[in-house]
Write a protein that binds this ligand. Structure first.
Ligand code: C2E
Ligand code: MG
Ligand code: MG
Ligand code: MG
Length: 288
């Protein structure tokens, strides 16, 4: 009896693994096809504003991929980026995002443009040269571009990644450490790789005022940023309480639904105008 039950269990897992594998293969196949003609196949880039701590100025945007699948509807990057990484499709995907982001950045030279860079790419030999060539082709100043890499990339301590980051830095690109606080970065990594910016992971921001220890982590990252001369952005800011707490603790930049969801490219003009009008108004009020 037990043996039978054991076999059922085994079959159950096998079926489940089978289904998962099939799902992965379908996503891979569809994504590969979508990347042939991204614009026509539901792939597009949206842009989320990053604002100054006082909430009055837009300092930059983060480019984020969106995929409107013809059958599945919206597929979240959380679901397909890992598959894209496993299959190396992320290289073509990020190139598409980078080109779109460069085109947009060219229209808004006063703001920074952040793009996510997968660990996979940093391991490629030709990556820095590819990005440098692309920026020059699109007439983009590298110092307008912030490359967001996850902290786990530095933990590998790979000489190739170190060299890649060094070349990109020398060309003028800014480096931001995404999802910071979830890995185990040491001070020496941060110094050695000349990171410019830390992005506090949204899980810590979400716990502000809810969990003591999360607030302590936020405080620790801000102190770390200050002592190393790095600016800090908080992601996933959704409430006024979170904003006020981060502002009070000296966080320089804020990003989250409280200020804006990621926007279509054509909506950037409106939000830039909205922020500008708001500031003009305040300036006028001060004068009169
Ligand atoms: P990430 O780089 O840490 O991006 C932040 C994520 O938080 C985005 O999710 C954004 O839409 C979401 N977010 C922003 N504000 C809020 C908020 O106030 N509350 C909540 N709950 N969420 C907020 P998204 O766009 O689904 O992307 C998820 C992850 O997928 C990204 O995390 C990034 O790691 C990856 N990703 C997205 N686009 C790209 C891309 O073009 N290339 C690569 N390689 N990875 C990407
Ligand atoms: Mg990011
Ligand atoms: Mg993040
Ligand atoms: Mg993330």
């Amino acid at each position: 009896k037990a043996k039978e039950a054991g076999r059922d269990q085994y079959c159950f897992f096998e079926d489940e693994m089978d289904a998962e594998l099939k799902h992965k293969h379908k996503i891979e196949r569809d994504l590969r096809q979508a990347l042939q003609e991204p614009d026509k196949n539901g792939l597009r880039v949206v842009y989320q504003p990053q604002v100054s701590a006082n909430g009055r100025h837009i300092r930059g945007f983060e480019a984020l991929i969106r995929w409107e699948h013809p059958v599945r509807g919206n597929v979240s990057p959380v679901d397909f980026i890992p598959i894209a990484e496993e299959t190396n499709l992320v290289i073509a995907l990020d190139e598409f995002v980078m080109k779109e982001a460069f085109k947009t950045a060219l229209k808004w030279p006063e703001v920074t443009m952040a793009v996510n860079v997968s660990a996979k790419e940093l391991h490629q030999d030709n990556y820095p040269h590819k990005i440098i060539a692309l920026a020059s082709e699109y007439n983009i100043r590298p110092d307008q571009i912030e490359l967001e890499i996850t902290e786990s990339v530095l933990l590998e301590d790979s000489p190739r990644v170190a060299k890649t980051l060094k070349i990109l830095k020398a060309a003028g690109f800014k480096i931001a450490l995404d999802d910071f606080g979830t890995g185990y970065s040491s001070l020496s990594y941060l110094r050695r790789h000349q990171v410019d910016k830390l992005k506090i992971d949204q899980s810590f921001v979400a716990s502000i005022g809810v969990r003591e220890d999360a607030s302590a982590v936020v405080q620790a990252i801000l102190s770390l940023g200050e002592s190393l001369g790095l600016s800090v952005t908080a992601e996933g800011v959704e409430t006024i309480e979170q904003r006020d707490s981060l502002r009070k603790r000296g966080c320089a930049y804020l990003q989250g639904y409280l200020f804006s969801k990621p926007l279509e490219e054509k909506s950037i003009v409106q939000i830039m105008k909205k922020f500008k009008d708001r500031n003009d108004q305040q300036r006028l009020q001060k004068i009169s």
